[in-house]
Design a protein around this ligand. Structure first.
Ligand SMILES: [Zn+2]
Length: 252
C-alpha cells in the first residue's frame, strides 16, 4: 500500500466531514476548499518529487560513504562510447537508464554496457514530454517497449526502471506495479545539463561532504566524460568507494 493510500484513510473521512458540515450544516466552505486544495497540491508535489515516496517507493539512497554513478537518456553515438572507454579504463561500473528509441539506433552500445558489467535499466521508450499525464495503459506500453528494445539489443531483460524526469504520478505508480519493475531514483542531482563548469558540478555533488550516494548524470551531453573523470578522481582522493547502484542499494 502506497503512502498516499494510507493518507487517504485519514483524509477521505475529513473531506467528507467538512463537506457535510458546509452542505448540510450550513457551515463555512473554506475549510473544505482549503483541505481539497492542499490535497491536490500534495498530489502534484508527490508526482513531481519521487523522494517523497507518495505513490511508489523508489530506491534512491545507497550505502553511506559510497557513490554510485547513474546515467540517463542515452545511448548517445559519441558521448556514450567515450564514457564507456573511461569507465573501463578506470575499472568503474555504473548504471545506464536508456531510452528505447535510442537503444534501437545503437543496440551495440547497450550490448557493450552489459558486457562490461554495467547495470542497464529502462527509461521508457520515447521519454514523452507529457510523461506525468499519461494514462496507466500508455505508461505500461512505454515501459514494456523500452524493456523489449533493451532485450533485443543485449539479450538481457531488465527489471530496473527510472521514470522520465523522475515523475511518479499515480498512473506511473500503477504501471510500475503492473509491469513488476523496480524503480531506482537518485539523491544527488548535479544539474549536469545546466551548470557550465565541472567545478560547479563537483562542488554541488561533494560540497563540504557528499550530498548523497546516487548521482544522476546524462550521457547525452558533452561534458559527461570530464565530469565523470573529475568525480572518479575526487572519490579516489577522498577514499569514497564507487559502487554499482544495485550493490550500493543492497539489491544486487
Ligand atoms: Zn531522462
Amino acid at each position: 500500500m502506497s503512502l498516499h493510500h494510507k493518507l487517504l484513510r485519514v483524509l477521505l473521512p475529513v473531506h467528507a466531514l467538512l463537506l457535510t458540515y458546509a452542505w448540510w450544516g450550513s457551515g463555512p466552505w473554506w475549510p473544505f476548499i482549503m483541505l481539497l486544495a492542499m490535497h491536490l497540491l500534495l498530489i502534484g508535489w508527490g508526482s513531481m518529487d519521487h523522494a517523497l515516496g507518495l505513490f511508489l517507493h523508489a530506491h534512491r539512497t545507497g550505502r553511506p560513504g559510497t557513490l554510485a554513478l547513474t546515467y540517463d537518456d542515452g545511448p548517445h553515438p559519441v558521448h556514450t562510447p567515450a564514457l564507456l572507454d573511461l569507465l573501463k579504463a578506470e575499472g568503474v561500473q555504473a548504471a545506464f537508464f536508456c531510452i528505447g528509441r535510442r537503444v534501437e539506433q545503437r543496440p551495440d552500445l547497450v550490448k557493450r554496457m552489459v558486457d562490461e558489467g554495467h547495470l542497464v535499466g529502462c527509461h521508457s521508450m520515447d521519454h514523452p514530454v507529457a510523461w506525468g499525464f499519461l494514462g496507466k495503459e500508455r505508461a505500461v506500453e512505454q515501459i514494456l517497449r523500452g524493456v523489449d528494445a533493451i532485450e533485443r539489443a543485449s539479450g538481457m531483460r531488465t527489471s530496473w526502471f527510472r521514470p522520465p524526469f523522475g515523475v511518479t504520478s499515480p498512473n506511473v505508480a500503477a504501471a510500475v506495479r503492473r509491469t513488476g519493475m523496480r524503480v531506482i531514483g537518485w539523491d544527488v542531482r548535479p544539474f549536469d545539463t545546466t551548470f557550465r563548469t565541472t567545478e560547479k558540478r563537483l562542488s554541488w555533488i561533494f560540497g563540504e561532504r557528499p550530498k548523497g550516494t546516487v548521482v544522476v548524470l546524462h550521457d547525452t551531453v558533452g561534458p559527461v566524460v570530464d565530469t565523470t573523470r573529475a568525480i572518479i578522481d575526487r572519490c579516489r582522493a577522498a577514499g569514497i568507494p564507487l559502487l554499482r547502484v544495485d550493490r550500493s542499494l543492497g539489491l544486487a
